[in-house]
Design a protein around this ligand. Structure first.
Ligand code: NDP
Length: 319
């Protein structure tokens, strides 16, 4: 350890600050365990890139994603949880206490809750970033409702894209699935369901070149998408009100590779019905373990489970 590295010991360290991590912190803080939350690269997690959240129970009129996360964080802090605005870049779970490294210091913890979440895969375009939350979305369940009677595009050729497109037909008048190849990766059943849906049309061999829109009185809103044909390279602008990215999610589990059990797509495995990973004292909650539901409320619920599992496990260690 160099001089500028400080070492700190914690009873419970929580890695990740989405609804799972912050809820775990709230519960552990109320149990007097003084948890620390390593907030990571995106404090508040995926909800901070959505706008209105209307399906989180308790907010009759809906609430802005970043505001909701701020409330849960303050609620946890009120009982003694501490946020450390750093990213964990390396862990050593081979011996207890566990070691967690940030870019400039080292922490140890008796128990660790992993709630590093998943990230929606994005195209990586500047214009996509610019209109994110203003027409561009990576979550139909979160934002589909805002596209009642409108036309939207869904990018991707896998099951996520088919599922999102089908879901969006509940609101949108027209849904266009845009895929970069001729063949679809989606399972036959999901593809057939989308094909049979009269509101869904397909554009194949096309990639997104640019999201276009307007900015008036400081308010921005997308108005269309320029697609490029992968064969003849021609560019065409399509007038659409929304763009949904259905190109998959990636669990944020890089630093746990070869340390914790994961499925073939990188999601952490937990003992069914619990938040126990394969290493005693290390728990996992939220989207990092869940490729099925991926909702703020399910993440918060499993964060609560992890806090209770960790608390009981620590108590058992003391006896
Ligand atoms: P997949 O990796 O299966 O599909 C991603 C799709 O996005 C592919 O068609 C891919 O194209 C396309 N894509 C990736 N990057 C880009 C890009 N930069 N530009 C344009 N297109 C891009 O991910 P999914 O999330 O769809 O599925 C992940 C797993 O989850 C699968 O096992 C799936 O079966 C499962 N799943 C199951 C569901 C269900 O059963 N209800 C629902 C959702 C997912 P290409 O094909 O050319 O690579």
């Amino acid at each position: 350890m160099t001089n500028n590295q400080e070492k700190k010991h914690h009873k419970i360290a929580i890695i990740g600050s989405g609804p799972a991590g912050l809820t775990a912190a709230l519960y552990n803080a109320r149990a007097n365990l003084n948890p620390v939350i390593f907030e990571g690269m995106q404090p508040g997690g995926q909800l901070t890139i959505t706008t209105e959240v209307e399906n989180y129970p308790g907010f009759e009129e809906g609430i802005q994603g970043p505001v909701l996360m701020d409330i849960i964080r303050k609620q946890a802090h009120r009982f003694g949880a501490e946020s450390i605005y750093k990213e964990i870049i390396e862990v050593d779970f081979s011996k207890r206490p566990f070691t967690l490294k940030t870019y400039d210091d080292v922490h140890t913890a008796e128990a660790v809750i992993i709630s590093t979440g998943a990230s929606a895969r994005l195209l990586g375009l500047e214009s996509e970033k610019f209109y994110m939350g203003y027409g561009v979305s990576a979550c139909a369940t979160c934002d589909g409702f805002f596209f009642k009677g409108l036309t939207v595009m869904v990018i991707g050729g896998g099951d996520t894209a088919m599922e999102e497109a089908n879901y969006l037909t509940r609101f949108a008048k027209e849904v266009i699935i845009v895929h970069r190849r001729e063949e679809f990766r989606a399972s036959k059943i999901m593809y057939d369901r989308a094909k049979k849906n009269p509101k869904i049309t397909f554009l194949k061999n096309k990639i997104v070149n640019k999201v276009v829109g307007i900015e008036e009185n400081g308010r921005k809103s997308m108005t269309g998408v320029i697609l490029q044909d992968t064969k003849d390279k021609s560019l065409t602008e399509y007038k659409v009100d929304g763009l949904f990215l259905g190109i998959g999610h990636k669990p944020n589990t890089e630093i746990f590779k070869d340390i914790l059990d994961m499925d073939e797509t990188g999601y952490l495995k937990v003992k069914p019905g619990t938040t126990f990973t394969n290493i005693e004292g290390v728990f996992a909650a939220g989207d990092v373990t869940d490729k099925t539901y991926r909702q703020a409320i399910t993440a918060a619920g499993s964060g609560c489970m992890a806090a209770i599992d960790a608390e009981r496990w620590l108590e058992a260690q003391e006896h």
